[in-house]
Design a protein. Structure first.
Ligand SMILES: [Zn+2]
Ligand SMILES: [Zn+2]
Length: 184
């Protein structure tokens, strides 16, 4: 969906305070043991996000007709400010991860939610950078840009992971070699 500048960057501004809020929920029962559980939950949430990112991009944005149609716009005009409407990601993560777990295990719920939000922020930041930082010097970004440009170049058939290529490697959709020089 075309968002305009404000809509496109709103999540970049909105996620950090929400993330801090969930981290703030963590310490109230932190003994040494609780601290370890909280930190592990944040790390697990971050890792979980990378799989959600892969599945969402591969099977919903590229195969589910309604979302595919919206995502096609990004593939046709990669540098324009198309994206998921702001706050939708934050609300979905809060409702689907935090809320159901909160009644069962509050530390795990807050930690997983904070980790997933950090993953989501990483994803939108890296995706923006792959299209708009033309000559990255940081090795991670060089690889992310190459991977994602190949995703666009191959018409969305490979390299669905944006923040990491790990799940493409696991699911056999990784494609890293080309002689093509990318403009985007
Ligand atoms: Zn893209
Ligand atoms: Zn795509």
């Amino acid at each position: 969906m075309h968002l305009g500048k404000f809509g496109y960057f709103l999540d970049f501004l909105a996620i950090p305070p929400v993330l801090v809020f969930f981290l703030y929920l963590l310490p109230y029962e932190l003994s040494l043991m609780g601290g370890g559980v909280g930190a592990a939950a944040v790390a697990a949430g971050f890792a979980m996000w990378t799989l959600v990112e892969y599945c969402f991009h591969r099977w919903l944005l590229h195969e589910w007709p309604w979302l595919q149609h919206l995502h096609d716009e990004h593939h046709q005009d990669p540098d324009a400010l198309f994206g998921t409407p702001p706050l939708v990601g934050i609300i979905q993560i809060s409702l689907c991860v935090f809320l159901p777990l909160w009644f069962w295990e509050p530390v795990t719920a807050a930690g997983l939610t904070a980790g997933m939000l950090a993953g989501y922020l990483t994803y939108i930041s890296v995706h923006w950078a792959t299209h708009h930082v033309r000559n990255p010097r940081w090795g991670y970004l060089v690889r992310a840009r190459r991977r994602h440009m190949l995703h666009h170049y191959r018409a969305g058939k490979t390299n669905f992971g944006v923040s990491t290529g790990f799940w493409d490697w696991v699911f056999g959709t990784q494609h890293l070699r080309t002689t093509h020089h990318f403009q985007h």
